[in-house]
Design a binder for this molecule. Structure first.
Ligand SMILES: C[S@@+](CC[C@H](N)C(=O)[O-])C[C@H]1O[C@@H](n2cnc3c(N)ncnc32)[C@H](O)[C@@H]1O
Ligand SMILES: [Zn+2]
Length: 372
């Protein structure tokens, strides 16, 4: 099988040639490459420009595109690893295109690599769930841990039992399931980290299409781990009405819906704190603008993340309108009406029809029906 040359960012590399008719799913090729994950990789490179890093592990590399791009575009020494001999053969061929970069290629189970060696950044990009790899990554990552998860069905509650098995938490398939997935994964990573007396600080995290991407700073010491654990809590969702509330506490206490009296359903434990650093987002936004990428999909994502309230559980306001049998106003009008009533409100990156707010339901109802 021949290889085809592709370009991402300023990096050229080879991927296996695929028959156009059998190119889906992307995993059907001997070595995996999914062009739709480019935004995921771009986001990491923009973040790395602002971190002082001198070693990076691409733990599950396939073609090696992530590590190659980090080495070539960010000038960081990288180790690029994969378990598969076909993948490492391709990675070696790709690394040879960049003799000036500091690239080490290894063929091993990434858990063995992470047990042997520590890296400033560990990046996990598995097929599906990262759950089996996070424990050892939490000990290998000296300063930063990056994680992709593509098992959105278990994370978001569509496959409830698998979600509970993998993440030791209870998801639920709600209108804000993508946010539940991201926060459940964050909660899991924190528990895996805290047992080693380390904490996490989310820098740049988002959910998109079929994946969740986390970029986390690792913090050291029992005190920092305890501090991070103060972001663990639950979302209480009413099964009878649209009300939901967030409780930040290690053990849940809320029982009944204050709006209608029904027994609330619990989602969690999960991370209830901020998922981004506003400083990092504004630095990335400025870089994108300077690169002439101010109108790119990544720039739009960063803008939405920056606007988004840091609190959990957005509403889909079209769903609310259906529930109340009213016709919805445009999102900007709904948000303005909530703010006029004295409450916080924002759009959200998870869903074009998503609104985050701390307003009670009667205010929300008035705002969804508002006529401007
Ligand atoms: C989703 S692909 C990686 C995609 C790649 N990072 C990219 O951005 O295109 C997952 C890769 O992990 C490798 N893999 C699976 N289990 C592994 C393990 N335990 N250690 C190292 N690599 C593993 C597979 O061979 C596969 O190439
Ligand atoms: Zn209720």
């Amino acid at each position: 099988m021949s290889d085809r040359e592709v370009v991402e960012g300023s990096t050229r590399f080879f991927i296996p040639e695929q028959d156009e008719n059998s190119s889906f799913p992307p995993g059907s090729a001997p070595v995996f490459y999914n062009p739709r994950m480019r935004l995921n990789r771009d986001s990491t490179n923009y973040l790395l420009r602002h971190l002082d890093v001198s070693s990076y592990l691409d733990a599950m590399a396939a073609s090696g595109v992530r590590g190659l791009r980090v080495a070539h575009e960010c000038g960081i020494p990288v180790t690029i690893n994969d378990l598969s001999p076909e993948a490492t053969a391709l990675i070696r061929k790709n690394a040879a295109l960049y003799p000036e970069s500091d690239i080490t290629v290894t063929e091993d189970d990434c858990r063995a690599v992470m047990l042997r060696q520590r890296f400033d950044v560990v990046d996990l990009d598995p097929f599906g769930t990262p759950a089996p790899f996070v424990d050892i990554a939490a000990t290998s990552a000296r300063r930063y841990l990056f994680v992709t998860a593509t098992d959105t069905a278990p994370l978001c509650g569509a496959h409830l039992k698998a979600g509970i098995r993998r993440y030791g938490a209870r998801p639920m398939n709600t209108e804000y399931h993508s946010e539940v997935g991201l926060r459940l994964l964050l909660g899991f990573v924190l528990r895996e980290t805290a047992k080693y007396d380390r904490g996490i600080e989310p820098l740049f995290c988002f959910a998109r299409e079929h994946f969740v991407r986390l970029h986390l700073r690792m913090t050291g010491g029992a005190g920092r781990a305890d501090k991070a654990l103060r972001n663990i809590g639950y979302i209480h969702q009413c099964p009878a009405c649209p009300w939901r509330m967030t409780e930040t506490a290690f053990l849940p206490t809320v029982q009944e819906c204050p709006e209608c009296g029904a027994k609330m359903s619990r989602i969690g434990p999960l991370w209830t704190g901020p998922i981004n650093s506003p400083e990092i987002l504004s630095q990335i936004a400025a870089d994108l603008e300077a690169d002439g990428m101010g109108e790119s999909v990544l720039a739009r994502l960063v803008t939405l993340l920056d606007e988004e309230l840091p609190t959990p559980a957005f509403y889909n306001y079209h769903q609310l309108a259906r529930h109340w049998r009213i016709s919805p106003s445009p999102a900007d009008d709904v948000i303005a009406a909530i703010q006029d009533a004295g409450y916080q409100a924002s759009r959200t990156h998870y869903d074009g029809r998503g609104i985050k707010t701390d307003a009670p339901l009667h205010v929300l109802r008035g705002a969804v029906a508002t006529k401007r």
